[in-house]
Design a protein around this ligand. Sequence first.
Ligand SMILES: [Zn+2]
Length: 271
Amino acid sequence: MLRHWWQRLQARREDAAVARREIPADLWKRTLVRYPFLRRRSTTEAAELRRLTSLFLDRKEFSAMGGLRLTDAVVVSIAAQAVLPVLRLGLDRYDGFIGIVVHPGQVVARREVADDDGLVHAYDEVLAGEAMEGGPIMLSWQDVRAAGPMAAQGYNVVIHEFAHVLDMADGLADGVPPLPPDLCRNEWTTTLSRSFDVFVREVEAAEVAGTEPALDPYGASAEEEFFAVASEAFFVNPGMLSSAFPALYALLRRFYRQDPAQDTLWPREGR
Ligand SMILES: [Zn+2]
């Protein structure tokens, strides 16, 4: 009884938030043209993506750097891509952070690493995005807006950073996000590690041969990066990921409860 009351209250609050942050039809249409991987065949799921985008805009705080203007097109582009991975998992997976900082382009971050002798070496890292536990999420607008054409290569900076958010929900950025009850940790780590090892060898071979590996070679830097890179391809070029890494594709399908290659969704996770 109390549970029903609470659910009704939540539903009313969500409806009010969606109304507050309603996305104009022409802007939504332009967003789907610019990022074709957001289009859903089922009208129910297309409506759910739009509803979650409004809710995301209501719950998160955007700020801009470097003179960038936060237009509706900017925030809707980011929000719509960010909610795609949680279409079946629920927006509460993103409750661990609020802020999103958008830069006009890529950002140079000064990094320091200590070697085995304790000597500290400084270097510059160029970032298109960054996710930190508790936030904020940093994104380069130049990279976000290029997501349409970049989908052919399986690249998507927004999905990459939000895959990290899902991964870090248990406090650890280790490539193992909180898993659904029907997916055990051992199965996850075994499949991810095997695919990662294959990919590391592919990247090494591609470097020698002067060719391009199937996925972003950055994914070979660590298993958590491989999870984020594979998630990008899963949503924006699923055919490529499923033929290059079928077992990993099947694993991600069970985690995200979507099958982008078939444009079908799985039942929601039971609670
Ligand atoms: Zn990353």
